[in-house]
Write a protein that binds this ligand. Structure first.
Ligand SMILES: [Zn+2]
Length: 124
């Protein structure tokens, strides 16, 4: 997927690669986004159950799990979802794509600050 857009709109997108189109309009950059994307993070946990006699209460190594969880913001609220291992692995791939895009945006923004309107003032 390729998105070509004017610089101020870049924040609305997520990307992995970026190249400035020197031969074309210098006010645009092409960002290559690897899909699918997912924000948030994956964590794992073990837990104890409600049965008082269960070994999980006495020995931390006998706790239940491993449980996989996704945590992120969903509809404006910090949310945790319990996942299967397969879902967690699929989420990891998407989160990696998203983080790569964030890095691309951060690099763009660093460059933007270097080229800010005040950057060309002559030293006095
Ligand atoms: Zn238990």
């Amino acid at each position: 997927m390729q998105i070509s857009l004017a610089l101020p709109e870049i924040l609305m997108y997520i990307a992995v690669k970026m190249k400035v189109n020197k031969s074309q309009d210098p006010k645009t950059v092409t960002i290559e986004v690897t899909l699918p994307l997912l924000p948030g993070s994956i964590s794992t946990a073990r837990s104890t159950c409600g049965k008082p006699q269960c070994a999980c209460h006495a020995d931390p190594d006998k706790r239940h799990g491993l449980y996989y969880r996704w945590t992120g913001v969903l509809n404006g609220k910090r949310t945790t979802k319990t996942l299967s291992r397969e879902e967690a692995l699929a989420c990891q791939v998407r989160i990696r794509n998203y983080r790569a895009l964030q890095q691309t945006i951060e690099a763009l923004l660093r460059q933007a600050l270097e080229n800010a309107p005040w950057a060309n003032r002559e030293a006095k």
